[in-house]
Design a protein around this ligand. Structure first.
Ligand SMILES: O=C[C@H](O)[C@H](O)[C@H](O)COP(=O)(O)O
Length: 220
């Protein structure tokens, strides 16, 4: 099976978590795009969506799915999103597409976070995928120096601006033995808006697609 077929398979499986009348929290990325397309088939049964990026909002609206502001609807029953990596505790690295801050907000405002991914995303320890950090533009050099002190090699994602008007530093080479501690430590750097570790609020369920089918994983 191709990577896209695996993404489509896991996206379809996530429909099981969508109930009639729901406002669904929707993440960002290529796997979520398949989920949005699947959601469109049952759009008459849901009330609408809250989205974590302009890109996902555009795709949802193109399918005729109403998109609400998070402020207008309050807590959500479920949030469906992809990841760049997951460890067995369902701590994630996210933000490969730069949507990490809004993703973290919508995930935090949701009762259940269902992560959808293909089997290549499950790792024993996070850190192979460079960790995205969203930074206020004027703080870029300061934050980069602090990230070096934490043992990482920050690389500015040039020509990229987040939906919030900020920059991304992708941090290579981090040893992530303590995802929660590192998430807090990076958040403590002045000028950091958010980092792509989802360890303080990990996923509740990971749906993982392989050629054999979709595995449902809960935290180890
Ligand atoms: O900012 C992007 C998000 O965190 C994505 O959910 C993540 O990068 C995974 O994306 P994809 O499904 O395209 O691998």
């Amino acid at each position: 099976m191709t990577q896209d077929e695996l993404k489509q398979r896991v996206a379809e499986a996530a429909l099981e978590y969508v109930e009639d009348g729901m406002i669904v929290g929707v993440g960002t990325g290529s796997t979520v795009n398949f989920f949005i397309d699947a959601l469109a088939r049952i759009k008459g049964r849901i009330d609408g969506a809250v989205s974590s990026s302009e890109a996902s909002s555009t795709r949802l609206r193109a399918h005729g799915i109403p998109v609400y502001e998070l402020n207008a609807v309050g807590p959500l029953p479920v949030y469906i999103d992809g990841a760049d990596e997951s460890d067995p505790q369902l701590c994630l690295t996210k933000g490969g597409g730069g949507a990490l801050t809004r993703e973290k907000i919508v995930a935090a405002a949701s009762e259940r976070f269902v992560c959808i991914a293909d089997a290549s995303k499950l790792v024993e320890r996070l850190g192979r995928f460079p960790l995205p950090v969203e930074v206020i533009p004027m703080a870029r050099s300061h934050v980069a120096r602090q990230l070096l002190k934490l043992g990482g090699q920050p690389v500015w994602r040039e020509q990229f601006v987040t939906d919030n008007g900020n920059l991304i530093l992708d941090v290579h080479g981090l040893q992530i033995d303590d995802p929660r501690g590192l998430e807090r430590a990076i958040n403590d750097i002045a000028g950091v808006v958010c980092n792509g570790l989802f360890a303080l609020r990990p996923a509740d369920v990971l749906l993982l697609a392989s050629a054999e089918g979709v595995r449902r994983i809960t935290p180890a």
